[in-house]
Design a protein. Sequence first.
Lengths: 606, 278
Amino acid sequence: MEADTGMKGWMGKILRVDLSVSKVTVQQANTDDLRNFIGGRGLGAKILYNELAPATDAYSIENKLIFCTGPLTGTRAPTSGRYCVVSKSPLTGTIFDSQSGGSFGPELKFTGYDAIIVQGRSSAPVYLWINDDEVRIVDAIELWGLDTHKTTDTLVRSTDSRAKVACIGPAGENLVRIAAIINDKHRAAGRGGLGAVMGSKKLKAVVVRGRRSVEIADRRRFDSAVEKSLRAIGKNPITDRSLPTLGTAALVNVTNELGMFPTKNFQEGYFEDAEGISGEKIAERILTGQVACWGCPIACGRATRADRKKGEGPEYETVWALGAQCGVSDLIAVTKANYICNELGVDTISAGSTIGCAMELHERRLLREEINFGDAQAVVDLVRKIAYRDGIGDRLAEGSYRLAERYGAPELSMSVKRLEMPAYDPRGAQGHALAYATSNRGGCHLRAYLIGPEVLGVPALIDRFKWQGKAQLVTLYQNLFATIDSLILCVFSSFALNPEHYAELLSSAVGMPFSGERLIEVGERVYNLERLINIREGFSMKDDSLPPRFLKSPLVQGGSRGRVVALGRMLSEYYRIRGWDRRGKPKPAKLRRLGLETARKTLKRN
Amino acid sequence: MGAISSLTIDKLAKMIDHTLLDPSSTYSKLERLCNEAVKYGFGAVCINPVHVSLASKLLKSTAVKVCSVIGFPFGATPTKVKVFETRCVIEDGVEEVDMVINIGALRSGDYVRVRNDIDAVVEAASGSVVKVIIETGYLTDEEKVKACQLAKEARAHFVKTSTGFGPFGAFPSDVKLMRRVVGSKMGVKAAGGIKDFNDALRLIRAGANRLGTSASVSIIEGFEWAKYSKAWFIEEIPCKICPSRHSNLTKQPKEVYRYYKSKCRTCPDRKYNVFYEK
């Protein structure tokens, strides 16, 4: 079966599901939106901008939860087996998109939709079953309370053996603000608590089975672009060697040596026992095989076995969050906690970082409960308690910012815009620090992965301690990553591919001319639109910041000792390069150039 | 940016000797190297002598030249062996040879022997391009100057910084020095430690007109990024690209190590020489 809209690359249709009235409608995708925002994150942002009223509560009936594919999803383009979910986050209050691999994304695309907009709220638990043209909202009362693995197994059994499932676990049901959406059992649209938005709508799962194929405008040109991209991926030492061999945790020893492996709630940048949770140790102790997402030549995923259980991971961010961030070097405990997070549907980064924050609160005698750095068993117990909001888990389920604020020390939350920062101490890389501070979704490494040039030397090594020029690079990376997230491809592809590769893949797939420059401009448009949504939600320049620790307290040991972040200097330059005013609002001329004139009203009101 | 602003991807590719000198390289790796050289338009492939016949076959009737190494990597074989090695690879089809000088003789001041060594290889190459590797990491600046003068007198075509197996690779300051000595009519090849397009452009700016690297594909793919931001070219902290900073007592003769470290004391940029990882 082929897409019946005549579109190439895109499927041309959007499915709208209103859970309040159990109604499903299909609408044509707006071609201008597809051309200007591409798909995925960009399309989700456009829909949310149009449809979400300002100051809507993330858990309210009015919030939307948008599952998106991109024009390259489900094609031969390398790393195209992804999807993303866009909504207003209950953790940050910002617009939020969360991306995930596995094989759910392509299957969703093969059902024939570029996006599914879920709105309203069901009175009882349901799941959504999309079997090509047949869309059903099905009672899920029996599934409510089950973990993500049992939910997936049950749904595959009761629908189609080849169906793919994205679902929530108890964490999402219990409106844990750091709840994830888990697909294919082990893959997570993890960040920002979008699992809780799904829970608030009483939507337990989305199950998809599609038989359509994605039409390609110029098959020969597309195949040649794919071959060229594969060649570049095959020649890059990171995508061809480090990631397939050691997984993302290959980074542990690298960042630790550079003194930017955050330890004990970012109090230090060097973890004495890092070796115990390194990629090398994972390969030696628990690895059973490599795992690749759909259509991915890199295969960075780790199939593992620990404590007589099988699973996937832990990834770099997870070994850090549930390990070094909590002062824990017990790989088996970290792996167990990781499995529990996947089963119960919790974001490992935010969970680990929130536990680390609780440990520092206890160390400073602000929190009475005995939660100590280095206590591996406590980490395993606490992730479960978070998912069920059990005891202290109820307070941790709110995320680190609300937890620390409750105890009068919000500065101990290592977060930006209330999103816990990932596993790179910003004092060790000035550009990456700026990327954290200005990220539209909060403390995140995937809005602009400056670790590429600042640490890994791809595409070229630049001085990680210099602040000069970083505003320009962060802007470039934020724009490019917004494009990659809109296409939707894995950001790891950017280690090997450059904007021209992406442009050629897209142009040949959809039959419209896109140059590298034009793609970057699309990313800029997406980034500015997200910024406008955040301004509409009350965010301002004061939110483009970092916890005071990074601005005032230099690291005392390791390869980044003596360093703090020169944020003030970079931020004003960043606003200037972005074409924003001194308060961080896009200037009218910038909006005009990006075709966002109508959004000016947003600025006038805020 | 200077001369760099007119540099296109094609021009950059032509300046690169796509290199595979790893002793464990298999035939399939060599085949891949040759295919990449054709696909990306590299100037030459630079390979070990045992691979020359296969590479010559694979690259027959393409624009990519075959280059091999002589007396590699130590330069410590007798001249007659270097001559024999040169004749062998020429017979097998190479168009360029990269020879390593007799480093010990140079450091002993036995310049006649060094000169004769180069002369013999140039003659054995019978008109093919000869690049003379001086292995900068073992030499003081004075010795580098002398080595370049000897190569020039012997009518070699290029001087080349390093083998990639010595104490360190190519630095802009060395390339600048070598270019100053040999002038504009002779070539300067920078090799060793060239990992990305920024390294490459820095060396070209310093005066290199040929680069030897195994990261050629990443450099070319990465070069596409250059046009998107000037920030890639923000000046590097001087110490990070200075051989003195990279001196290492375990890899260099102690007099050479001391020589480099002593330069730091009078360096106008010494204020940058604070704690900094390499």
